[in-house]
Design a binder for this molecule. Structure first.
Ligand code: OOG
Ligand code: MG
Length: 262
């Protein structure tokens, strides 16, 4: 802790991060003065700000469930964030990148909760609520300068969540490990990995989420999704590209990017 520079109040940190997201202008990291516990309170306040503007909660996401991501970002603990209605981009749609800070894309696996998950749901209840899986793309966009942060910084910034795209849902299977994950940019393979990179098996990510839910969960509606975390490192996004993720045996998902004039 740095006694000469105490952390700004939670509402002030949330306001700055919210503004950074809305304007697409990066801010300075909060760093040492921010604890992980306070960071999750900032994240809850960010969620409340969005819900007050009419957005709906559509799911949750995990971060740093793979070595590839931990190594890329220098962070080593699983974190959780929230997803809202304005973050969803439909499969194959075009996303305008103007207004983003420095967006990156990563291939993921998504779970769907067929039933609402109450705030006091047990781990077993959460796992039993899952009825489908899909390939997904997550667009992350840190609100911090240089896309660099401490664990608490990135938790406060809702784990860099920006947009997500879901492929077609298929019936839930527990046979999710060892599937090749491929990320293509304009048809060229840019990253490859395997679903086993996600905590050994995406199911372990679901179990980890269920464990973390008691502390950080606030209820999810029926149909909500969980992004299990990227299987590979994230790739910078630029306008005019087609991004495709393929999860072997599960399916594929696509996104087009555009600049300011399209
Ligand atoms: C934090 C978000 C990490 C993942 O899939 O591991 C994440 C970041 O890398 O900015 O979403
Ligand atoms: Mg992710």
């Amino acid at each position: 802790m740095n006694a000469t520079h105490p952390a700004p109040p939670i509402s002030e940190i949330a306001r700055r991060l919210d503004q950074a997201e809305r304007k697409g202008i990066a801010i300075k990291q909060f760093g040492d003065v921010l604890s992980l516990e306070v960071a999750y309170e900032v994240q809850a306040e960010l969620r409340d700000l969005r819900l007050a503007r009419g957005e709906h909660l559509t799911g949750a996401k995990l971060g740093f469930t793979s070595e590839a991501k931990m190594a890329q970002m220098g962070v080593k603990e699983v974190i959780v964030g929230f997803l809202t209605s304005t973050m969803e981009v439909h499969n194959g749609d075009r996303l305008r990148l103007d207004g983003s800070v420095h967006p990156r894309v990563e291939p993921e696996v998504a779970f769907r909760f067929g039933q609402a998950v109450p705030p006091d749901a047990s781990e077993e209840q959460i796992i039993a609520s899952v009825d489908a899986v899909a390939p997904a793309l997550e667009i992350i966009d840190s609100r911090y300068l240089n896309f660099s942060f401490s664990l608490a910084d990135v938790v406060a910034d809702n784990t860099s969540a920006s947009r997500y795209v879901l492929g077609e849902w298929t019936t839930f299977t527990d046979d999710l490990a060892g599937r090749t994950v491929t990320l293509l940019v304009d048809g060229s393979i840019t990253e490859t990995g395997t679903t086993s990179a996600i905590l050994g098996d995406p199911l372990n990510a679901l179990r980890e989420f269920a464990r973390m839910y008691r502390r950080h969960g606030a209820g999810l509606p029926a149909g909500a999704v969980l992004l299990a975390g990227a299987a590979t490192a994230a790739v910078p996004l630029s306008p005019g590209s087609t991004i495709t993720a393929i999860v072997a045996g599960i399916g594929s998902v696509e996104l087009e990017t555009a600049g300011a004039d399209s």
